[in-house]
Design a binder for this molecule. Structure first.
Ligand code: SF4
Length: 374
């Protein structure tokens, strides 16, 4: 298949659905985690769950980069943004993420110079045009976006733009998957592996999941047939008693990853001893910081960062949603106090957040959807 429409063919989806149903053993329940928020978005946008038998359940994982940012990091960034000499640049998704004392939008309304950008290079251009100001890029995301931050730091160094720095919040996917596998809250039968992250890190880092935890994992693409095909591959593995890493997204994901991207990350960034994830708590070696050699571009060393820690609001159940323990509609404030316009938790902000995906596509419960489509 070469064109996107071919990955959305309803006839092929129905044929795959029938084959998936035939692979399920009667009376057995299957629970698979889609690690990536992009998969969650596809699943609810295209109604993939309606193609699956009742005994196959997809639960959402921690792979939405905006969703895992703890409130304290937002407050730290706003603390920097309030300085009169600073321009803080961030992705649009981050603007409404609530910190303990408001969001970037609130800080902007109160006079801070916060600007939305589409890439770290946009932030670098702002630094070029404003030599008298200090431009801080709020860097978020998994290994998918870390290479673009790394390349921008290298460019800033090459261009001598010392007024450009990065407030690094890049996280890494493997420790989060390990934390979920070690959690007693959830019993999983397998994983849909994150396609975009894997385009950078490749498939080998997942081998421990199959080897040590005896769970199959299929790195999956983002179109409806990619997801159905990946579920099918997981079920074939279980049927045959195999636990392996397989790559359904071979048209994008090289088995060994992207060496150039990994090299750029390794040159400019290193693992932090620990980092706080929203809802998951502190996870060791799960995030990146700027290396000593690039300290001139590290906002955490340039500015006085308070290191704020903020407990999530009592009503917020993002942690359970990010661990796949709760479905979004099971959160007490879903769709009432917490909506995309008035988010309490991060999962309602980003388009990759499970709560936003459920809310935007009206899929409040699986039963309700089924009844509506009968
Ligand atoms: S509904 Fe809001 S508070 Fe509840 S889990 Fe989702 S984002 Fe968090």
């Amino acid at each position: 298949m070469r064109h996107v429409d071919e990955y959305r063919d309803a006839g092929k989806a129905r044929a795959l659905a029938a084959s998936i149903a035939s692979l399920c053993e009667p009376g057995r329940e299957y629970t698979f985690m889609e690690v990536c928020g992009g998969h969650t978005h596809t699943i609810y946008k295209h109604g993939i769950e309606d193609y699956l038998p009742d005994n196959v359940t997809l639960v959402h994982g921690p792979g939405c980069p905006v969703c895992v940012i703890p409130m304290g990091r937002v407050d730290d960034a706003i603390h920097i943004a309030r300085r009169p000499d600073v321009i803080l640049a961030t992705f649009g998704d981050m603007m409404r993420v609530p910190g303990g004392h408001g969001s970037f939008f609130d800080a902007k309304a109160a006079g801070a110079d916060v600007r939305m950008v589409y890439s770290p290079l946009d932030a670098l251009r702002i630094a070029e045009r404003n030599p008298g100001r200090r431009v801080v890029f709020m860097a978020i995301g998994f290994e998918t976006t870390a290479p673009s931050t790394a390349m921008t730091v290298l460019r800033a160094r090459a261009a001598g733009l010392d007024n450009f720095s990065v407030f690094a919040n890049h996280v890494t996917i493997i420790p989060a998957i390990k934390a979920i596998l070690d959690s007693p809250d959830l019993r999983l039968d397998g994983f849909l592996g994150p396609g975009h992250v894997s385009a950078v890190i490749g498939c080998r880092p997942y081998e421990f999941i199959a080897r040590d935890h005896r769970k199959p994992i299929v790195v999956a693409g983002f179109e409806p047939l990619d997801i159905l095909r990946s579920v099918h591959m997981l079920l074939v593995q279980l049927r045959e008693g195999r636990c392996e890493v397989e790559n359904q997204y071979g048209r994008v994901v090289p088995w060994d990853g992207n060496a150039k991207a990994l090299q750029a990350i390794n040159e400019t960034m290193e693992l932090r001893p620990y980092f706080e994830w929203r809802g998951l708590g502190f996870i060791s070696h799960s995030a990146l910081r700027v290396r000593d050699g690039y300290a001139a571009h590290d906002a955490e060393r340039i500015f006085d960062v308070p290191g704020v820690r903020v407990a999530d609001p009592k009503a917020c159940q993002c942690g359970e949603v990010l661990k796949g323990v709760l479905k979004p509609w099971e959160c007490k404030v879903f769709g009432t106090a917490c909506t995309p316009e008035t988010p309490i938790g991060t999962c309602m902000v980003s388009s990759e957040g499970a709560c936003a995906a459920y809310y935007n596509f009206g899929r409040f419960t699986r039963d309700r959807v089924r009844e509506a489509t009968r």
